[in-house]
Ligand binder design. Structure first.
Ligand code: HEC
Length: 92
């Protein structure tokens, strides 16, 4: 009886140790896929007009967009991926 109880505990421990990280990894993939699915233009439209009018891609040169991107990444709390996508879009 005691051995049976011990085994149950071991199985439970293994489930927690193995399943929990798998669920966490799957979850984080879902989030990054959501970001990956969005285009630079979409992210630009969603994030860059919260505080001011969206600057048109022709407003600045590609080099200046790089600087603006860094500056506005910290203001808009964007991830590196989101910022890169927006800047790539604005450079076009
Ligand atoms: C949290 C508010 C906020 C968000 C979100 C934001 N900005 Fe800004 N932005 C500002 C503020 C405030 C300024 C004023 C100048 C400064 O801070 O240097 C500014 C200035 C700018 C300027 C300079 C304008 C000029 O004529 O000199 C550009 C270009 C710009 N933002 C682009 C963007 C882009 C692109 C995004 C999206 C990634 C964005 N901003 C998102 C707050 C924001």
């Amino acid at each position: 009886m005691k051995i049976f109880y011990k085994n149950k505990l071991t199985i439970l421990t293994i489930i927690v140790i193995v399943i929990a990280p798998i669920m966490m990894i799957m979850n984080s993939c879902v989030v990054s896929q959501k970001i990956a699915a969005k285009s630079g233009a979409q992210l630009w439209a969603e994030n860059c007009q919260r505080c001011h009018n969206t600057p048109s891609p022709s407003t600045f040169s590609p080099e200046k967009w790089e600087t603006v991107g860094l500056h506005m990444q910290s203001r808009a709390l964007l991830t590196e991926t989101e910022k890169d996508k927006i800047v790539d879009f604005l450079k076009q």
